[in-house]
Design a protein around this ligand. Structure first.
Ligand SMILES: Cc1ncc(COP(=O)(O)O)c(C=O)c1O
Length: 357
């Protein structure tokens, strides 16, 4: 039986999208490709309401490549990295691995990074880059990037603000211009509801001006090389054209639905899941900072999560246990991509049934 994916990525991909990938390939150096890729970029600019100050790029990679891009092409000497979960921790280590200095602003898993915390750090430190994960998929915490972005733009015009939006962009409302971020990116297998293998990135002119000054940017991680090719509506290396067909279709569907409605649909699913969780369990994230695209639930009744996952899979749905050290302490339901609240109600109803809640 096909198990429908309600995990925090990869999420369920529709037949309509899967079919797009069976189209014939074209040369990535030909005019047809440039025309086609230009169309995708126009759709990304429309959907994410990009001004001319922002540019998009689609890399053939998973999201993690952009940790390296930030480490290699953006951080000059010293980054402040906000850490409150597994992915932000990996981001910090990646930047260190690129030979740059990292100062970590860390709070316990489940807690959010607040604007005040960042403000205090920035006053005392000498950072050229601030890095944060918007939606920590390991804990279900959503950090307040709009407020942090406003602080940075008001007081620190030269700081580059880099955001991992891997599991929130195109589900939660992400508008780079309003956030004031300089680098933001998301993987295709999350809210874009595509197979894994592409990363959608948006960068500001400030980011590109910074990158040009950074030595040893590598090759696949060289932001300047990527954008030299983007200018020609090409990619520096052979892209996954089949996945780009799927992304093109996805952008049509997202634009048709409109971002406001996409966001409302995700919020509705999140609210329903949170209310359900609060009836029998508790939410793992600190109140007020819950993710819109996945819910991380504290297993206060000490239920056997592994056994639930197996039984639910037999009924056709896959949810996820806790991440890493939270394995049995929490479980996670991903409600991102094409799901709607009625489908979420059905799945939660099945859990009620299986656990006799
Ligand atoms: C918040 C976050 N950042 C980064 C990643 C890594 O993305 P990828 O697996 O596409 O490299 C993930 C993957 O789950 C994630 O959830």
């Amino acid at each position: 039986m096909h198990e429908k994916l309600l995990i925090p990525g990869p999420t369920e991909v529709s037949q309509e999208i899967l079919r797009e990938q069976s189209r014939y390939l074209i040369s990535h150096r030909g005019k047809s490709f440039s025309d086609f890729y230009r169309g995708i970029k126009t759709k990304l600019a429309d959907f994410f309401e990009l001004s001319n100050y922002y540019k998009s790029a689609v890399t053939t990679s998973s999201g993690t490549l952009w940790f390296d891009i930030v480490g290699r092409s953006i951080v000059q000497e010293n980054a402040l990295v906000c850490v409150n979960g597994a992915f932000s921790s990996r981001f910090a280590k990646t930047i260190q691995g690129c030979g740059k200095k990292v100062d970590i602003l860390e709070v316990d898993w489940g807690k959010a990074i607040t604007t005040n915390m960042v403000a205090n750090k920035l006053e005392s430190g000498n950072y050229d880059t601030v890095v944060i994960c918007h939606n920590e998929s390991s804990t279900g915490v959503r950090n307040p990037i709009y407020d942090i972005g406003a602080l940075i733009r008001k007081k620190y015009p030269n700081i580059i603000f880099a955001v991992d939006s891997v599991s929130s962009m195109a589900g939660d409302k992400i508008l780079p211009v309003k956030i004031g971020c300089d680098v933001i990116f998301a993987s295709s297998q999350k809210c874009f509801a595509l197979p894994p293998g592409l990363c959608i990135g948006v960068v500001s002119e400030r980011a590109l001006k910074r990158a040009v000054k950074i030595p040893y940017r590598g090759s696949y991680t060289d932001l300047i090389k990527i954008f030299d090719f983007e200018e020609k509506y090409q990619t520096p290396f052979t892209p996954n054209i089949s996945l780009l067909y799927a992304l093109d279709k996805r952008m049509d569907l997202l634009l048709k639905e409109t971002y406001d409605c996409v966001y409302e649909r995700h919020l509705e699913m999140a609210k329903y899941t949170r209310d359900w969780a609060k009836k029998n369990f508790a939410l793992f994230p600190e109140s007020g900072y819950e993710s819109v695209t996945l819910t991380c639930i504290k297993n206060i009744c000490r239920k056997k999560i592994g056994s639930l996952i197996e039984k639910l899979a037999k009924r056709g749905f896959l949810i996820s246990n806790g991440y890493g050290k939270l394995k049995e302490k929490t479980f996670r339901i991903g409600h991102m991509g094409e799901w709607n609240v009625n489908e979420i109600k059905e799945v939660l109803g099945l859990i009620d049934d299986l656990w006799k809640l």
